[in-house]
Design a protein around this ligand. Structure first.
Ligand code: AMP
Length: 588
């Protein structure tokens, strides 16, 4: 049996952690502190791009490498803070020349390449609202989001434009301009109605005075998929930079000399908050890998780039696990000191795999598009309880509640009671609207709390445990069953690579637990294995909670940010409409 805690000896940590006395800091923390650590705009106000880049470009970190870009063709390009400041100034001048400014919505559909960073930072500098999209989106989801967000300008690559945008361009009536990134040198013949970005950048000046944005001015628009209907556009303000700063410091333990790698897609909120903003705020060097996942390639990056802080997601880790420990053991990671994960439940097995194979536990943390930044985390100096999301960060107050019929909520103080996870309103990166959906936004709040839509419990030591999305929870014979718990038990079996669990309607007990299982490479599905897994789950969970049915699948459906789409498995099971599939990863 594994121990329930992974304890840390402070003396054994290679770098002195930014957060040691969590409880003490939580008691005294005020957002005024980080506000003073950041610069603010020279004439007053606050702008994310100034804090992330220009502040450093004017100071001692000006020649520090901000971005190390690893291109798919194997080339590598380093951009210093001073260069990033100048290039994003150029981009801001290009935008200004095209008449894009304060409040205009700027969409970016572009892989992990330099222009993505310039568009986001240049957009902040002119006071525009930036919305990065998944480059794997097809024409429909792109058009839907640009229309919902009333996009004025789109930055994309020439090939993405031809394949995905040109055919729906006429539907996006708000779109005034399209800037194209060429694959090589300047575009000789940009398609009609588009500009060649490289040519405009070449003509633009390196100097730009940032538009004086204020704390409450919108900066980012992130779409998050609803179960049905249209995606929700969560709007975030420039003041969110305080959360990005504090969480980069305490949840990711960023230090200026770090080599940091965030593997999130730029279309997912993690790709912006922690792929772009937080690392720059801390003056670290970010590794930007343009390529798609490949286990060997990833291990090579961790080793050769000497990554010290790595922020990734459970699906990616599970894919590494699937590739086997032998592959990992061909590499060495002496510089790696902190690994964090977000996006979906991190099974205890996965945390332990980190210890066994990489020599470090994986630190789970929790947040959502709506929260704009990490809220609950396993921080570097605290003991980990594998399977738990950790504890609220300084400046964040969490609790477990039950919604009442009159719209108010009851706070559930008894440890380990399952209820909805709620956060006290008012942290700086809290979303300030669902675009055009005021009523939906209002319904997320009650009694000064933001209600997250996730079910969780808090144990007697103050650790939070994820139970499931409120929509995914299973009710069987009066028991509330979190899919995560059942999936964890299945994942403990050596044959299982991944599991997803849903509730299947049943006349007798309401719902029975049904599991979909992906087996590890080289393992054959058989009736004997199914019986063995059912027996294993029953032994671990008891008959009331264990799955009654197990189906083997060659792959499980995931969102592009790596979350298992349980609702899709359920819709398929019940023959119901599959709903909004724009975030479904192809091939699943
Ligand atoms: P998104 O807004 O797409 O980032 O999705 C946010 C949702 O992902 C949360 O509401 C949770 O349901 C899930 N999630 C994020 N992080 C975790 C985590 N550490 N453990 C469990 N679920 C998570």
């Amino acid at each position: 049996m594994r121990p329930t805690y992974i304890d840390k000896t402070l003396a054994a940590l290679p770098v002195s952690p930014n957060l040691v006395e969590r409880e003490a800091l939580c008691r005294t923390f005020s957002w005024e502190g980080p506000r003073r650590e950041l610069a603010g705009l020279p004439g007053g106000g606050i702008n994310i791009a100034h804090e992330a880049v220009d502040r450093h470009a004017l100071g001692v970190w000006r020649d520090q490498i901000a971005l190390r870009l690893l291109a798919v063709d194997g080339t590598c390009r380093d951009i210093s803070y001073a260069q990033l400041s100048q290039l994003s100034n150029r981009f801001a001048n290009v935008l200004t020349r095209l008449g894009i400014g304060r409040g205009d919505r700027l969409f970016v559909l572009c892989g992990r390449r330099l222009e993505l960073y310039l568009a986001v930072l240049g957009g902040f500098k002119v006071g525009a609202v930036v919305s990065p999209l998944f480059s794997a989106f097809g024409p429909e989801p792109i058009a839907t989001r640009v229309k919902l967000g009333e996009g004025a300008l789109l930055v994309t690559t020439e090939s993405l434009y031809r394949r995905k945008v040109a055919g729906v361009r006429s539907e996006m009536t708000s779109l005034r301009h399209v800037l194209l990134v060429g694959e090589g040198d300047a575009l000789v013949n940009p398609p009609q109605g588009t500009f060649d970005l490289a040519s405009l950048m070449a003509e633009a000046s390196d100097e730009f005075a940032i538009v004086p944005t204020q704390v409450d001015d919108p900066a980012l628009l992130h779409f998050t998929s609803g179960t049905t209907g249209t995606p929700k556009g969560a709007l975030h303000v420039h003041g969110a930079v305080l959360t990005h700063y504090v969480t980069g410091k305490y949840a990711l333990d960023l230090h200026p000399q770090d080599i940091y790698w965030c593997t999130a897609d730029p279309g997912w909120v993690t790709g912006t908050s922690y792929g772009i903003i937080a690392p720059l705020l801390h003056g670290v060097t970010s590794i930007i890998d343009e390529a798609e996942f490949d286990a060997e390639h990833w291990y090579r990056i961790l080793q050769d780039e000497r990554v010290s802080v790595w922020y990734t997601a459970p699906t990616a880790i599970r894919m590494l696990m699937k590739a086997g420990p032998e592959l990992a053991h061909q590499f060495r990671f002496p510089d790696l000191r902190f690994i964090a994960s977000v996006g979906e439940p991190l099974n205890p097995e996965t945390v332990w795999w980190g210890v066994d194979v990489l020599g470090l536990p994986i630190h789970d943390n929790w947040w959502q598009t709506e929260t704009g930044g990490i809220m609950i985390a396993n921080t570097v100096a605290m003991p980990i309880k594998p399977g738990s999301m950790g504890k609220p960060l300084p400046g964040v107050e969490a609790c477990i509640v039950r919604r009442l019929a009159d719209g108010s909520v009851d706070v559930l103080h008894e440890p380990d009671t399952i209820g909805e996870l709620a956060l006290k309103k008012g942290w700086p990166s809290m979303f300030c609207a669902y675009l055009g959906q005021d009523e939906r936004y209002r319904k997320c709040f009650s009694d000064g709390l933001y209600l997250t839509g996730d079910l969780a419990r808090c144990d007697a030591d103050g650790y939070y445990w994820f139970v499931g999305r409120a929509d995914d929870v299973i009710k069987s014979a009066g028991h509330l069953i979190g899919p995560f718990e059942v999936e964890n038990a299945l994942m403990e079996h050596p044959a299982v690579a991944e599991a997803a669990v849903i509730g299947k309607p049943d006349e007798m007990v309401g719902e029975v637990v049904k599991a979909f299982v992906l087996l590890k490479r080289g393992i054959e599905a058989s009736e004997a294995l199914r019986a063995e897994l059912l027996g294993h789950a029953r032994k671990r969970l008891g008959a009331a909670v264990a799955p009654k049915e197990i189906v083997f699948l060659p792959s499980l459906p995931h969102t592009r940010s790596g979350k298992i789409m349980r609702r899709l498995l359920k819709a398929r099971e019940l023959g119901l409409p599959e709903g909004d599939l724009s975030t479904l990863e192809e091939g699943t």
